[in-house]
Structures are given as structure tokens and as C-alpha cells.
Write a protein that binds this ligand. Structure first.
Ligand SMILES: NC(=O)c1ccc[n+]([C@@H]2O[C@H](COP(=O)([O-])OP(=O)(O)OC[C@H]3O[C@@H](n4cnc5c(N)ncnc54)[C@H](OP(=O)(O)O)[C@@H]3O)[C@@H](O)[C@H]2O)c1
Length: 374
């Protein structure tokens, strides 16, 4: 079968298409002919050979990836043959040698989800389904932690990414106002497509959405203007670094924000006194990653750079996050949201053989939505 492997750690080009033997399902397992394979930012750091949580480096050669969707083509001993022919999606688990970038994958039945029908009555597209298993589940988990309400004014960094597109949609669904941030307005076009432009004058979803390019030098002014003089009450940050810190400073008042972002704990603390008295619902940062490679200074893993936050910080991932519960219920809830049409799924699809290109585009911030090999 076709599989993407790498024999050394390095740039995207170490990923090559190879022929490897078909796997055989054992007891309790099925064989899935996969047609959609989720690609994760974490896959790129494992490929580069960067050790560290949440996964240890694989032994080489390895087949990367942990997320697949396709059709069951065979079953192992003792497994109901009725599985054969069913459209399924599965997360293979928090395993280093995931093996998801392969056209045939053995999966335990406990990990399988039958792909549900979408709003049009046909099964969800396998790429959309795998986006829900791999990234949608994290979105549901993080949204539970955020507890967004209609009264919230929400800021989302990396809003054109796999998670960002879902946070924006759900915050709008809840009735909140949203400022979506990304490194170009063309990248944010994906949100116009997902949210829809119709009826903007009725205060509908699109009317509550502002798109801001945070590569522009004066972007925080633009974002504050979009907030209409209000402070943000909820920031979703998975980018970290200076951008994440500046976005998070939108939780505090103008004038104070500069001090909070640049001058250290004194400025931030002073601003926080104001925030805690005047903002309702409570101002909170939900930290779920650091795509920039650096932490947000308001997160405690920022070490020496850390600025004491004048608002609540809720961690979905990272050293201060609570242990993750079993993710299967979150996978089911994400699939259900896509099936019901509550979430529209944006995917960036790349031919399977071009996995190296998919990694390069992800690292160069040229993808929108969930990256999927097809
Ligand atoms: N998906 C999951 O299941 C999951 C689970 C746990 C944690 N996370 C974390 O959550 C964050 C977002 O994940 P995602 O799946 O939504 O990823 P994604 O689709 O790749 O989106 C990440 C976004 O981060 C921005 N970014 C800023 N600096 C970047 C850099 N140096 N390299 C790459 N992207 C950069 C990019 O948008 P702009 O160019 O517009 O800034 C990009 O759209 C990541 O930190 C990830 O590790 C994800």
C-alpha cells in the first residue's frame, strides 16, 4: 500500500511516498481503506525532530499522523462483519508512531466512529469528518472551558486555522461579538465563506464579526475600533508570542494595554484592577497552544518573560492545563455539530503523495481550516 514515511528528521522533503506491506487486523480490529488523513501542526514539529510534550519523538522510519477516515474493508477475528463497507473516522490515539499517513490502517473498533449524515442527508465528507475527529474535538473541549456567552466580546488569534474557524463560528452561534485575527485579510476570507454574508444589517452572525489583519503595524488600533470602545471579555489564543500577548491585552483598557503588553507586571496589574471592576462577563484568556513557537506572556509557561495576568487564564493545553479527559465524547459532539450544520468545516486538502507540500504550507502559514491529505 501507499504510505508516507520519513527515515530522518528534517525539512518537509524528508516525507516520501513509499510502498509498505498491508497491515492485517487482529482481534477487535478492522482494516480501514483511508481516503482522508488529518495533518496537525504537531506532526511538523515531530518531523523536524523537536522533542517534548505532548508526544515523544518516534523511532525511524516512521509513518506520521494519527487521524484517518475512509471505509472498513476487512475485520479481524471476532469482529462483526457488518462493519465492512461502513464509512468511518478514527483518531488513532496519542501515539508517537501513529501511522495515519497510510492508505490502509488497522484500527480498534473502540476508536471507530461511523460517519454521520450531514445536513444534506448524505454522510459527511471524509475530510470534514476527520477534521471533526482531530480538531473539532479539541474545539469542543476548549469551548467548554471558555464557556462563551451572548454577552461576550470575543477575540480569536489564528482565526483562519483549523481551531480558529470553529471558535469563531461557535461564538457567533452563541450570540457573541467576535474580532477574528489572522496574518492577512485574504486568509480571513474563509470566515466570510463559512459564516455567510446575508442579512448582515439584522445584527446576524456576520454583522457581529469583524476581521482584522494582525500583520498590519497598527492592527491593535483597528481591533480596538472594531471592539467599538468596549474591551474584549474572552480571548482564544493558540498563537502565543508577541501576537498572542498583544491580542490578550485587548482584555484590558486602552492606554493600559500598551503597558500590559510591553512594560511588565506593574502595568498589567494596574490595568487588571480596572478590568475586574468593570467588565462583565469576567475577562478571561483561554490558552490552547503556541503556534508561533513562543508562549503568550500572560501564560505561566512564559518563564522569565511571564507577566502576571490581570484576568483569569484558563488552560486547555500546556503545563498548567488539567489532565485531558477521555476525548471520545468530544469527538462525538464535534461530529454531531458538523452533522447538524451548526459548524461548517473548512479544509485545506492536499493530494496524499504531496504530504511534504502540506507540511510546508502549514509551517509557512499558507493554509486555512484543517489540513487534510486526500
Ligand atoms: N488541532 C488540535 O487538535 C490542537 C490540539 C491541541 C493544541 N492545538 C494547538 O492549537 C493551535 C492551533 O491549532 P490548529 O490545529 O488550529 O492549527 P492551524 O490550523 O495550523 O492554525 C494555526 C494558526 O496559527 C497561526 N500561526 C501563527 N504563527 C504561526 C507559525 N509560526 N506557524 C504556524 N502557524 C502560525 C496561523 O495563522 P496566521 O498566519 O493567520 O497567524 C495558523 O492559521 C496550535 O498551537 C496547536 O498546536 C491544536
Amino acid at each position: 500500500m501507499d504510505a508516507i514515511r520519513h527515515h530522518s528528521f528534517g525539512p518537509p522533503e524528508v516525507l516520501t511516498l513509499e510502498q509498505v506491506p498491508d497491515p492485517t487486523p487482529g482481534p477487535g480490529e478492522v482494516l480501514v481503506d483511508a481516503v482522508a488523513h488529518g495533518v496537525h501542526l504537531l506532526d511538523t514539529s515531530l518531523r523536524r525532530g523537536e522533542d517534548g510534550p505532548p508526544l515523544a519523538l518516534p523511532s525511524l522510519p516512521t509513518i506520521p499522523g494519527r487521524e484517518i477516515a475512509g471505509t472498513v474493508s476487512d475485520v479481524g477475528p471476532g469482529v462483526d462483519a457488518a462493519w465492512i463497507g461502513r464509512p468511518v473516522a478514527a483518531h488513532l490515539g496519542r501515539v508517537t508512531d501513529g501511522g495515519g499517513y497510510a492508505r490502509r490502517v488497522v484500527v480498534g473498533t473502540d476508536k471507530l466512529h461511523v460517519i454521520p449524515d450531514g445536513p444534506d442527508g448524505a454522510p459527511l465528507d471524509p475530510s470534514d469528518a476527520i477534521a471533526m475527529i482531530g480538531t473539532g474535538r479539541m474545539a469542543v473541549y476548549t469551548l467548554d472551558i471558555a464557556a462563551v456567552t451572548a454577552a461576550d466580546v470575543v477575540v480569536v488569534t489564528g482565526a483562519a486555522g483549523g481551531l480558529g474557524t470553529l471558535f469563531v463560528q461557535e461564538a457567533l452561534n452563541t450570540g457573541a461579538r467576535v474580532v477574528a485575527l489572522a496574518s492577512s485579510l485574504s486568509r480571513l476570507k474563509v470566515l466570510e465563506d463559512l459564516v455567510g454574508l446575508e442579512g448582515a444589517e439584522d445584527g446576524n452572525r456576520f454583522g457581529r464579526l469583524a476581521l482584522v489583519d494582525y500583520s498590519a503595524p497598527d492592527w491593535t488600533d483597528t481591533a480596538r475600533a472594531a471592539l467599538g470602545g468596549a474591551r474584549a471579555t474572552l480571548v482564544f489564543d493558540g498563537v502565543g508570542g508577541d501576537l498572542g500577548t498583544a491580542a490578550t491585552a485587548l482584555l484590558v483598557g486602552q492606554g493600559r494595554a500598551g503597558a500590559a503588553g510591553a512594560a511588565g507586571a506593574g502595568g498589567a496589574g494596574a490595568a487588571g484592577d480596572t478590568v475586574s471592576r468593570s467588565v462583565s462577563p469576567p475577562a478571561r484568556l483561554v490558552a490552547y497552544g503556541w503556534a508561533s513557537g513562543a508562549p503568550n506572556r500572560y501564560t505561566s509557561w512564559a518563564d522569565a518573560d511571564h507577566v502576571e495576568p490581570p484576568f483569569e487564564v484558563r488552560y486547555a493545553v500546556g503545563p498548567d492545563a488539567p489532565p485531558m479527559p477521555d476525548q471520545r465524547p468530544y469527538q462525538e459532539r464535534a461530529l454531531a455539530r458538523a452533522a447538524a450544520g451548526r459548524w461548517r468545516v473548512a479544509t485545506h486538502r492536499v493530494p496524499f503523495a504531496e504530504a511534504a507540500r502540506a507540511h510546508r504550507e502549514l509551517e509557512e502559514r499558507r493554509t486555512t481550516g484543517k489540513v487534510v491529505l486526500v
